[in-house]
Design a protein around this ligand. Structure first.
Ligand code: SF4
Ligand code: SF4
Length: 112
């Protein structure tokens, strides 16, 4: 089991999650974060910390796509453990549907 970051993180990227993870298993893309499934210890403390409600345990249904996205990009993007400010326009995108199809970027973020 692991926790996964899902659609509503894209372009919101609040980063509250990275500060609470005891094993520092968040990785930063250009406009979202992902969780490394082999490093996550399933403690669950990040889930309620996410203002966008974008983190879910993989025991919830219909998360196959997000499991793949988290596993693939956790290997490609840099580790992030320090919270920075979210994008200036993050509120405009909170709750929007279909953000992956519209905005997902495979480019890496800057990391710590
Ligand atoms: S707190 Fe939520 S929205 Fe912010 S970076 Fe973490 S998963 Fe994404
Ligand atoms: S469930 Fe725990 S170990 Fe996994 S990403 Fe969240 S805070 Fe980190």
């Amino acid at each position: 089991m692991t926790y996964v970051v899902t659609d509503n993180c894209i372009r919101c990227k609040y980063m509250d999650c990275v500060e609470v993870c005891p094993v520092d298993c968040f990785y930063e893309g250009d406009n979202m974060l992902v969780i490394h499934p082999d490093e996550c210890i399933d403690c669950g403390v990040c889930e309620p910390e996410c203002p966008a409600e974008a983190i879910s345990p993989d025991t919830e249904p219909n998360l196959d796509k997000w499991l793949k996205v988290n596993a693939e990009y956790a290997e490609k993007w840099p580790n992030i453990t320090i919270k920075r400010d979210p994008p200036a326009d993050h509120k405009e995108f909170d709750g929007e549907e279909g953000k992956f199809e519209k905005y997902f970027s495979p480019e890496p973020g800057s990391g710590d």
